[in-house]
Design a protein around this ligand. Structure first.
Ligand SMILES: [Zn+2]
Length: 398
């Protein structure tokens, strides 16, 4: 099994400057190679290939020993391959008859990853194994950079990437032969309802993945974005505001990933079969339409102005969560069943009565037919489980 591990880097000031230079010169290389392909194509009708550009790299390095010559040859090849991939995707889209953007030049701040395709080649993970307290990664041209290694690395390190997020640096290890987590088989089944307050609620009544922190970050992000629009273009304050927005975006992404990993792990550990709602991604990102009240105003449509961004951030987490859950379920030999989410939240899980009026509030459910009362998400999760098991029975009977 292949898996990646990501850690925060703690570069010295000098190393941070070298990382910035490394990133910048990989960006220049990418742009130069793109320009080369464009001109060759336009002026001479010639297609330049990865092999040609990789061969040119030797001359570029020899001619610029203090610039391009400083960095790892293999990492530069990886950047050229990245461009090659962009072109292949572009031509594939063209062939499929789709209107398609030509690969673009990467502006400052639009090139944030450099890859070293092989551990030991211009880079070395755990480069000072004898060090009593810290872990280091050695990167050619940069040095031994300290790593905040908050968890154990499993398997064999294959590729090493460095990634910039705002003012922070991360190292990403892609590892092979990671043992599939040894989970015991469990015969238990659960339905899960994905929500806003909790990422997931199970049919057993557990709320997993409290989203309060994420919502708080989303609020701060919304405030920072409002703040940004008030700043004058080109001003120092605006630059600072942009940095802050970028940092908050990164924080939201990390919180979401972290919460999704934890929730998925908890589910896979406890249940053998998990039924979940099939996500309608198009419907999810669509904003609630305003409802005119006929008197020139608007009725509330369930989407308060403030909650717009907040809500979309929480929503976006569901797709991430399901992707991670699918990976973990597969490696642990668990079964996932996607069911249609239609009516799962307004149907009574005891008597089956389906009505909008059953749903009192965001969290409260009370059946208008039989009087059954439950947490709305738990009620929905039970319906999802039932639908999932029905699908499973049908599939097994067929
Ligand atoms: Zn009922």
């Amino acid at each position: 099994m292949r898996r990646s591990f990501e850690f925060l880097l703690r570069p010295t000031r000098k190393q941070a400057a070298a990382l910035t230079a490394c990133m910048e010169e990989h960006r220049e290389l990418y742009n130069a190679a793109l320009e080369h392909r464009r001109i060759a194509c336009r002026k001479a009708g010639v297609t330049v290939r990865y092999g040609d550009q990789s061969a040119d790299l030797k001359h570029i390095r020899a001619g610029d020993p203090d610039g391009q010559g400083r960095w790892s040859f293999s990492s530069q090849q990886a950047t050229l391959r990245r461009l090659d991939k962009a072109f292949k995707a572009f031509f594939a889209r063209l062939r499929a008859g789709r209107t398609s953007g030509f690969p673009r030049f990467k502006g400052r701040g639009r090139f944030d990853t450099v890859e070293w395709p092989k551990d030991g080649d211009g880079c070395r993970w755990d480069s000072q194994p004898g060090h009593p307290t810290a872990t280091f990664v050695r990167l050619q041209g940069i040095g031994h950079v300290r790593v905040h290694q908050h968890r154990r690395v499993l398997g064999t390190v294959k590729t090493i990437s460095v990634k910039r997020e705002g003012s922070r640096w991360f190292v990403v290890l892609s590892c092979d032969d990671v043992p599939a987590a040894a989970f015991t088989a469990t015969g238990t089944v659960a339905g899960i309802d994905m929500g806003v307050a909790s990422l997931a609620t199970t049919s057993d009544g557990d709320h997993i993945g409290n989203q309060r922190h994420l919502a708080a970050s989303a609020d701060r992000l919304a405030a920072a974005q409002r703040d940004l629009t008030r700043k004058k273009r080109g001003s120092n304050r605006r630059r600072k505001a942009v940095t802050r927005v970028a940092a908050l975006h990164a924080k939201v992404r990390r919180q979401r990933l972290d919460s999704a990993h934890k929730a998925a792990l908890a589910l896979v550990r406890d249940y053998g079969v998990i039924a979940h709602e099939a996500l309608n991604v198009a419907g999810m990102t669509r904003r609630a339409a305003p409802r005119p009240d006929g008197e020139g105003g608007y009725l509330p449509n369930g989407a308060a102005a403030k909650s717009g961004l907040n809500r979309s951030i929480l929503d976006a987490g569901w797709g991430v969560f399901l992707t991670i859950l699918a990976h973990k379920a597969e490696s642990a030999g668990r079964e996932l069943i996607a069911v249609s989410p239609a009516n799962t939240s307004r149907t009574c899980s005891r008597c089956g009565h389906c009505a909008r009026e059953n749903r009192l509030t965001q969290a409260g459910f009370r059946c208008t037919a039989c009087g059954h009362e439950a947490h709305a998400d738990v009620n929905a999760a039970i319906n999802i489980l039932r639908a999932g098991l029905a699908l499973r029975d049908a599939a097994q009977a067929a």
